[in-house]
Design a protein around this ligand. Structure first.
Ligand SMILES: [Zn+2]
Length: 157
């Protein structure tokens, strides 16, 4: 690559003041003896000056606000999901506890405490199953209601 080609590539940058001191000196020396480069540098100079006069792009406050709001919404969504999961775990654990605890209670209530090995489809078994299903249903409904209410509260806040 000749000196001329090398300098030619630097001209635009040199006009904008974006070269090192050594490169600037090289360009200055070359344009003194090269009309072609001298002319090109002259055409770059006003453009570079205009470019420098343009305001530095700043992140607009609108963009900043939008980005912050989006990040916040994402965090809130995450927290809400965690909260919902915790409620679900609690409800499921509660339902299981209820199921385990209610089994002997049902036997006691039906006067058959002690004979846990019931034949299937006996009235006790059916009522116990119905009660368990009802417990699970109530738990599920409670979880959904809590989640909906929680979301509503967040919207109002
Ligand atoms: Zn040249």
């Amino acid at each position: 690559m000749s000196e001329h080609d090398k300098i030619r590539e630097l001209l635009a940058l040199a006009a904008a003041g974006a070269v090192t001191a050594a490169e600037e000196k090289q360009v200055a020396e070359h344009v003194r003896s090269c009309v072609s480069c001298s002319n090109e540098l002259d055409t770059w100079r006003p453009i570079a000056t205009e470019l420098r006069r343009l305001p530095t792009p700043q992140p607009s406050s609108w963009l900043l606000q939008t980005t912050l709001a989006r990040a916040e919404a994402k965090l809130t969504e995450q927290a809400e999901r965690d909260w919902n999961r915790r409620v679900m775990i609690f409800v499921v654990a509660f339902a299981w506890l209820l199921t385990i605890a209610s089994w002997p209670v049902f036997h006691f209530v039906s006067g058959r405490f002690g004979s846990l090995l019931e034949p299937q489809f006996s009235p006790t078994w059916i009522s116990f199953t119905a009660f368990t299903a009802l417990g699970w249903l109530a738990g599920g409904v409670a979880a959904v209601m809590l989640a909906v209410r929680h979301r509503g509260e967040r919207r109002l806040a």
